[in-house]
Ligand binder design. Structure first.
Ligand code: FMN
Length: 187
């Protein structure tokens, strides 16, 4: 499989790091694009360096390079994950305002009918955000917000992130050993 990973400047850039790790473990070819704002949040929120992200990706593209492979529909992919997805990037996606490579790659996924999974992060959500999320869903995006989960023993931040990673991977039917799968309870 070949999947584009976009990391934008919402809080939770570490979730982008974790999805890259999981995709690497699953032997997926990844094409990483990180926005300028995400580079900032990386330094504000984590001890990670940009190389920690890029070393996990099969290929990394400069967000300003509109001539990158992933800017074209003729470059075949299985889709894209935007994790985390800022409200600004969400707005760009739903309006087709593709002024950086992440937005262009997402635009390509939409026009080619490829899977586009958004992990939007903001709280509280304004009416504008909610309208944009609705438009994204109507356009075919899968909306997988990083919601807290309390079943399956997700009692640490790390386990909460792992749960979201599993939810995102399941959008592509990629098995994830670290994820919790509900198997039912007898009534
Ligand atoms: C520490 C920090 C945390 C932020 N968290 C969020 C967030 O959770 N959601 C959001 O939509 N924007 C958040 N922002 C604002 C975005 O970074 C900003 O809107 C930026 O322009 C997004 O650009 P991008 O979508 O191109 O990455 C945050 C900014 C900073 C500095």
């Amino acid at each position: 499989m070949r999947i584009i990973v976009g990391i934008s400047g919402a809080s939770g850039v570490v979730m982008g790091y974790e999805i890259l790790k999981a995709l690497r473990t699953a032997d997926v070819e990844t094409h990483l694009v990180v926005t300028e704002a995400a580079a900032q949040t990386l330094s504000f929120e984590t001890d990670l360096r940009m190389e920690d992200l890029t070393s996990l990706a099969s290929f990394t593209h400069d967000c300003r390079n509109m001539a990158a492979s992933i800017a074209s529909g003729s470059f075949l992919t299985d889709g894209m994950i935007v994790m985390p997805c800022s409200m600004k990037t969400l707005a760009g996606i739903v309006s087709g305002y593709a002024d950086n490579l992440l937005l262009r790659a997402a635009d390509v996924c939409l026009k080619e009918g490829r899977k586009l999974v958004l992990v939007p992060r903001e709280t509280p959500l304004s009416l504008v955000h909610l309208r944009n999320l609705k438009t994204a869903a109507e356009s075919g995006c899968a909306i997988v917000p990083p919601m807290l989960t309390f079943y399956g023993g997700s009692d640490t931040v790390e386990k909460q992130i792992t749960h979201i990673v599993g939810k995102v991977l399941s959008q592509f039917k990629i098995p994830f050993e670290g994820g919790f799968h509900w198997t039912g309870r007898e009534g």
